[in-house]
Design a protein around this ligand. Structure first.
Ligand code: 5GP
Length: 118
């Protein structure tokens, strides 16, 4: 089981800020912005965006919107990132969406010289 599946099973702790029938959201352990939340499907075995089914994505969209509201980002704005596979620097093989906000975020679209994958 990977680390996020263990968080789903409550085998290891996380600072959970949102939960519904399909999704779980918690603070990233190494935040890259004042607010950095990870939103994941509760369904196991979905490695990344390439593997996810449409129905799960609908639920993920709802969860991200609810997380943004819960964290007060829906008005100020936020960024959503999902890393897929080695070239994107994906570390945990369970689909997750980084929700970043709480400050004016820099433009990072073309960065490839950084250790961090965000
Ligand atoms: P990736 O690089 O796979 O897109 O992102 C994985 C993210 O998971 C990283 O931002 C990392 O800080 C976060 N992370 C890794 N292990 C843990 C953990 O045990 N708890 C929490 N809350 N976040 C974690």
């Amino acid at each position: 089981m990977n680390i996020f599946e263990k968080i789903i099973d409550k085998q290891i702790p996380a600072q959970i800020i949102y939960e519904d029938d399909y999704a779980l959201a918690f603070h990233d352990i190494d935040p890259q912005a004042p607010i950095h939340i990870l939103v994941i499907p509760k369904k196991k075995g979905i490695k990344g965006l390439q593997e996810v089914d449409g129905e799960t994505m609908v639920h993920m969209t709802t969860a991200i919107q609810n997380v943004a509201k819960a964290m007060g980002l829906d008005e100020s704005g936020y960024r959503v990132i999902t890393n897929n596979g080695d070239d994107a620097g994906q570390e945990v093989p369970h689909l997750h969406f980084h929700v970043l906000g709480g400050t004016r975020l820099g433009h990072i679209h073309h960065r490839d010289d950084t250790h961090k994958s965000l």
